[in-house]
Write a protein that binds this ligand. Structure first.
Ligand code: TPP
Length: 344
């Protein structure tokens, strides 16, 4: 395991997403933007172990894994800008990216990464023995029917598939534990799959756990499931009201509570008890977001890996500078012609 390499990949993923956030804040990118900040240890720990011919199917939170996989950054950014020379002709946006060269596909349809990866795995089992496929999925998506069908067929067909399930505690504003029955690891085991849990903030732990599962898949020993717990640092999407509330409870609270209170006292709609119950429920979700937001910032996986690099301080400084320069160059390349022709 090459820790400086893993550190570099985590940093590249974070720096890329911070650049995306900046572009979004400045209005260059329109629409929803789901960042994977907090998931970098999982992306680096798994994706650095993939090679030529391995397939990768991802979700709406796909940037960290694509960056680590080596998909060129400027075309990805051009795609988010809607440019014709973007990775997918400017029509895919951030949720529907595809790189044929890297056999990497993403989808905004929750749960779709599992059957997609199963398809990659089936193709590899016939065409490229030894090559595998990896599906990244959110924990919320594991309640989709197609996810369960994939667990079943992957075992029945002994597919070379590794499923990496990221549990960041939430599915939009729904907490994972309020919609998922039982344990996801035991669910995967129930289908006959090897399955375990790993701390998704710890890149070395993820690397080791994924290495075992990837090796099994490469040797034809069938699919496995890795549940990685990690934080969702920037909310469901940029501008997430729960995160705004967590960061600035008084300023944001004023905006929300005015309209909520007027809906409680206004006429029509459900009974008063129901409406008051809705307010209580909303306050408890916001309080939970605030508590987990504070806790999660402290558990940022980038901070953890930064500390583990204390022993290699000079190398760490060099990597920091190289990554900053790489991202700056990619942004400059992506924005090179932005604004051209606007006055013509
Ligand atoms: C089939 C489908 N249903 C609902 C949605 C709306 N949606 C987008 S993201 C999301 C939550 C997904 O939660 P999870 O799988 O845990 O991933 P996370 O967002 O936490 O990374 C939902 C319900 C969708 N995109 N696709």
């Amino acid at each position: 395991m090459d820790l400086p390499h893993l550190y570099r990949q985590m940093l590249r993923a974070r720096a890329y997403e911070l650049a995306v956030e900046d572009l979004w804040n400045h209005g260059f990118i329109s629409g929803e933007m789901h960042l994977g900040t907090g998931e970098e240890a999982v992306a680096a720990g798994v994706v650095t172990q993939l090679g030529d011919g391995d397939g990768l199917a991802l979700t709406h939170r796909c940037s960290p894994a694509l960056v680590v996989r080596g998909v060129p950054l400027a075309p990805m950014l051009r795609e988010l800008l809607g440019a014709e020379d973007g990775l997918c002709g400017g029509r895919g946006g951030h949720m529907h990216l595809f790189s044929k060269e890297h056999l990497a596909a993403t989808s905004g349809i929750v749960g779709a990464s599992l059957p997609t990866a199963a398809g990659f795995a089936l193709a590899n089992s016939r065409l490229r023995p030894g090559a595998i496929a990896v599906a990244f999925t959110g924990a919320g998506a594991m309640n989709q029917g197609m996810a369960l069908e994939t667990l079943n067929l992957a075992v029945a067909w002994r597919l070379p598939l590794v499923i990496i399930c990221i549990d960041n505690g939430w599915a939009i504003t729904t907490t994972s534990d309020s919609v998922t029955g039982g344990s996801l690891v035991e669910r995967a085991q129930g289908f006959g799959m090897r399955a375990e849990t790993v701390n998704g903030r710890d890149v070395r732990a993820v690397y080791k756990a994924a290495a075992k599962q990837i090796e099994r898949a490469r040797c034809g020993k069938g699919p496995s499931f890795l549940l990685a717990t990690c934080p969702r640092l920037d909310g469901h999407f940029l501008g997430d009201p729960l995160i705004r509330m967590a960061n600035k409870p008084i300023a944001e609270g004023k905006k929300v509570f005015g309209s909520v209170l007027s809906s409680v006292v206004s006429r029509g709609g459900g009974g008063l008890a129901d409406r008051a119950g809705g307010v209580t429920q909303m306050m408890s979700v916001m309080a939970k977001a605030r508590r987990s937001g504070t806790r999660e910032r402290r558990g940022d996986p980038i901070l953890a890996v930064y500390k583990t690099m204390n022993k290699h301080e000079a190398e760490r400084d060099r990597i920091d500078a190289e990554v900053a320069a790489e991202i700056e160059a990619a942004v400059a390349e992506a924005l090179a012609d932005v604004g051209e022709g606007s006055d013509g």
